[in-house]
Design a protein around this ligand. Structure first.
Ligand code: OAD
Length: 247
């Protein structure tokens, strides 16, 4: 693993135009289970029943049973060494952006500034019926499910299946993929479209793809150039240390 980390560090330190794309795996060490691993959220709440926009419109109270559990986990979480290492790589001047599929806000809390929240965020909510928007802080004390002043159930601004990616996030992520020279792909199964297209897009533009995951994924044999098998919270700090030594 050390040799692969050194190799990735050399390219990051040399190019100084890296980016990261992250998934639920980077927050596992913050106590947030991922979606598809054993015991993951989608193994207990089938996404077709709990995570499509049609399901939310049909029965928002039911979907909020899943969301309430998720919010509880998010409230108890804080950034781990993997999030902090990505923030440090940005401070060192070798990483320009983190495109994340996570809605937990932990990259920003760790100090990353160039964060693209591809699947939205749980920090704000919107009423699908009257369009009213509010912050989570404003509804935190309300009974679950939180309701808008119009009486309907509020929806967090996270992307449900069947919804489109926020336009700005789509645009910003495409720019990141087109301009980075090294892309760190950490803690994602790469099963969800269109986020899973970003690594191959970056590779077509000449970027080196460095994947960090506890297990191989759909990308590993096809798109990945360097596969670092390990926990993001362990491998990313080692990578940041190696870059620091080289600068
Ligand atoms: P998944 O649950 O599909 O994949 C998590 C990945 O992280 C797997 O490949 C695990 O092997 C890996 N992993 C687990 N623990 C790890 C660790 N400590 N370090 C490194 N890797 C680890 O989650 P995502 O790929 O993020 O979207 O899922 C993508 C999207 O699917 C989510 O954003 C969400 C979900 O449906 C929506 O809700 C729209």
């Amino acid at each position: 693993m050390q040799t692969l980390i050194e190799k990735a560090a050399q390219r990051l330190a040399g190019e100084r135009r890296g980016a990261a794309m992250t998934g639920a795996g980077v927050s596992v060490e913050s106590g947030i289970p991922d979606f598809r691993s054993r015991g993951g959220l989608w193994t207990r709440f089938p996404p077709e029943e709990y995570a499509t926009i049609q399901a939310f419109r049909r029965d928002p109270e039911k979907v909020w049973r899943m969301l309430a559990e998720m919010e509880k986990t998010l409230d108890a979480s804080s950034p781990n060494p993997g999030h902090r290492a990505l923030a440090e790589l940005e401070t060192l001047g070798v990483l320009e952006a983190v495109v994340t599929q996570n809605i937990d806000g932990l990259h920003s809390r760790a100090g990353s500034r160039g964060v693209v929240e591809f699947h939205g965020s749980h920090r704000t909510l919107t009423c699908l019926w009257c369009g009213n928007a509010c912050k989570r802080e404003e509804v935190r004390q309300l009974p679950v499910p939180p309701r808008c002043s119009c009486g309907k159930v509020l929806k967090p601004d996270v992307v449900f299946f069947g919804e489109t990616i926020p336009e700005k996030a789509l645009h910003d992520a495409a720019r990141v993929a087109d301009t980075c020279r090294v892309l760190l792909v950490a803690g994602t199964s790469a099963e969800v479209y269109p986020a899973n297209q970003l690594p191959s897009r970056a590779k077509r533009r000449g970027a080196l793809i460095v994947e960090i995951n506890v297990a191989p994924t759909l990308l590993t044999d096809s798109v990945t150039d360097i596969f670092i098998e390990g926990k993001a919270g362990e491998a990313l700090p080692l990578l940041a240390e190696a870059v620091k030594r080289l600068l």
